[in-house]
Design a binder for this molecule. Structure first.
Ligand code: NAD
Length: 499
């Protein structure tokens, strides 16, 4: 279907799920309130979505707790959970075009992005998590002969998941798949800026055989639905992806309520270091451009701080500006377009404010620049490259979450490392060099959860994804993701018997 899909025509036929999905059925918010989901490419309302608040969250959590205790999912044999989750993945695959379209309409990413990455990766995550769950063994402890010590990994209970809008389906699936595989019940609060694909996914999962009430989706705002979920005493663990600011609030809510675990995947301001021993500067420039301009720069790992060794700076900048031309914004439903609009007017204004602050602080825009907004025509920014920076400039230090690249320079390896580490975030980083010793040295010293060398953004389910410092404390994907969704239990069994 994908090759021939007329996306405009298809978008007219989609039936938007707009109610909360609790205990296997759609329902309005208890208050009856809704909020508008806006298509950022047209500024038109797609749907009026249920605005859940504490009352809905109470209902969803109570239901999730009851289902968890019933054992219908939590006590099911892992091989059987695997079978059902593989079916969920199959059903997602059958609805790939629809899920991709929902994310594009909801938050503006170019349709080629969810078709080629977000949706396939979300499906992979379900398959991978399903496949691993009946291969996770417990341990027998080296206790004395009179006692048997069993160490098992058990589901935690009710997981509250709170997710962002930049990869709406994918960021949630990185949490849902391992959390469900491990046997937990989940209440998901998606971003109020993009909840449509997840409201549909919940229904598809039940169609595929997931017992009702195991996965509940309660859309709504952060300060109402999100806060209620994070404060809820019956939520055992929070899995969060979003900003560092909100992550801090969640930790406070956990402290004020039941000391629930708070697993955080937060913001980033990732450095890219290009050394003069990088042999293919053209390829590097094209990848650096993709690292900041794809998905409109609304990417947590975006390589938004580029540091070039002085001797290659001019040649690299010329190649980079050329490469930026590949990201001219346009209608995200056109499969040839590589950059859609920003998610909303507020995000567009944020981008404009940071570009203006860069200019005010003396930096120089060499490509792109301030957005040229026309009311009613979508929230389009331009791929922007800014040079003549120093590291204390506001736009160099803070996460913009838009297509804005700051470019600095360095003389020595030590200076490059110091510049890279001079930031509160520690999510991702990138090194371009064909000197293997240098690559090892620098990757060890760089303060980031992930380092890409002579590439950017590659990822499959086998490697953990996450950061350090203000970028968080958790990892999605790989077997390490299961650490967030299982608890160790120690069981002592007396072997002496009654004699
Ligand atoms: P955000 O922090 O504003 O919102 C994230 C979620 O938190 C949303 O669902 C929101 O409704 C909710 N929320 C807001 N206030 C809340 C509160 N008081 N209590 C409970 N929940 C609340 O982030 P965003 O704008 O949706 O997403 C962008 C951010 O996400 C960026 O900082 C980006 O770097 C980060 N991100 C990180 C990763 C990663 O893996 N590290 C991946 C994607 C995005």
């Amino acid at each position: 279907m994908t090759q021939t899909t007329d996306w405009q025509a298809f978008s007219q036929t989609v039936n938007f799920r707009h109610q909360a999905y609790i205990n296997g059925q759609y329902q309005d918010a208890v208050s009856g309130e809704t909020f508008a989901s806006i298509n950022p490419a047209t500024e038109q309302v797609l749907a009026d979505v249920a605005a859940c608040d504490a009352a809905d969250i109470d209902m969803a959590v109570a239901n999730a707790r009851e289902v968890y205790r019933s054992g219908v999912w939590s006590q099911m044999a892992p091989a059987e959970r695997k079978r059902i989750l593989l079916k969920v993945a199959d059903v997602m695959e059958q609805h790939s075009d629809e899920l991709a379209l929902l994310d594009t309409l909801d938050m503006g990413k170019s349709i080629q992005q969810p078709l080629s990455f977000d949706v396939p990766d979300a499906i992979d995550c379900f398959r991978w998590s399903a496949e691993c769950i009946d291969k996770v063994y417990g341990e027998i402890a080296p206790t004395s002969n009179e006692l048997l010590g069993l160490i098992t990994r058990n589901p935690i209970g009710v997981i509250g998941a709170i997710t962002p809008w930049n990869y709406p389906l994918l960021m949630a699936c990185w949490k849902l798949a391992p959390a469900l595989a491990a046997g937990n019940s989940v209440v998901l609060k998606p971003s109020e800026k993009a909840s449509l694909s997840l409201l549909r996914l919940a229904e598809l999962a039940v169609e595929a055989g997931l017992p009702k009430g195991v996965l509940n989706v309660a859309p709504g705002f952060g300060h109402t639905a999100g806060k209620a979920l994070a404060l809820h005493p019956q939520v055992d663990s929070l899995a969060f992806t979003g900003s560092t600011r909100v992550a801090g609030m969640l930790m406070e809510y956990a402290g004020q309520s039941n000391l629930k675990q708070v697993w955080i995947e937060a913001g980033g301001k990732s450095p890219v270091l290009v050394f003069d021993d990088c042999e293919d500067l053209q390829a590097a420039a094209a990848t650096v451009a993709a690292g900041i301009f794809s998905n409109q720069g609304e990417v947590c790992i975006a390589g938004s701080r580029l540091y070039l060794q002085k001797s290659i700076k001019e040649a690299f900048l010329a190649a980079l500006v050329d490469a930026a031309q590949e990201y001219l914004p346009g209608d995200p439903l056109d499969p040839d377009v590589t950059m859609g609009p920003m998610v909303d007017k507020a995000q567009l204004d944020t981008v404009a404010q940071y570009i203006q602050s860069a200019v005010d602080e003396g930096a120089r825009v060499i490509c792109g620049g301030l957005p040229q907004y026309r009311e009613g025509k979508g929230f389009y920014a331009r791929p922007t490259v800014i040079t003549d920076i120093h590291n204390q400039m506001k736009f160099v230090q803070e996460e913009i979450f838009g297509p804005v690249l700051a470019v600095g320079e360095f003389e020595s390896e030590a200076e490059a490392i110091a510049l890279a580490n001079d930031n509160q975030y520690g999510l991702a980083s990138c090194i371009w060099s064909d000197n293997l010793s240098r690559v090892h040295r620098v990757s060890r010293q760089i303060e980031a959860g992930m380092v890409w060398v002579n590439t950017w953004g590659d990822g499959d389910q086998t490697m953990p994804f996450g950061g350090i410092k203000a970028s968080g404390n958790a990892r999605d994907k790989s077997l390490h993701a299961l650490e967030k969704y299982t608890e160790l239990k120690s069981v002592w069994i007396n072997l002496k018997g009654a004699e």
